[in-house]
Design a protein around this ligand. Sequence first.
Ligand code: SF4
Length: 65
Amino acid sequence: MDRRTFILYAGRYTLLSAMAVMGIFGLYKRKKVPAEVCILTGNCRTCTELGSCNLPEAVREKALQ
Ligand code: SF4
C-alpha cells in the first residue's frame, strides 16, 4: 500500500467513524421523555421537553406562557 492509498483509506474510515458516532449520538438525543417521568423535576421553564410534555406542571407552565 502506498502513502496516497493509506491516507485515502485513513480519511475515509475516519469520516465513516465520525458519522457513526454522530448518528448514535443523534439517536440518543432523540429519545423522548416518557409521559409520566419528569426529567427536570418541576423546572419546566428551562426544560427542552416542555413542548411535548403533558405532565401537570408542564400544562400549568404552558398556560402561563
Ligand atoms: S416540561 Fe416540566 S414536567 Fe415536563 S419533563 Fe420538563 S420539567 Fe418535567
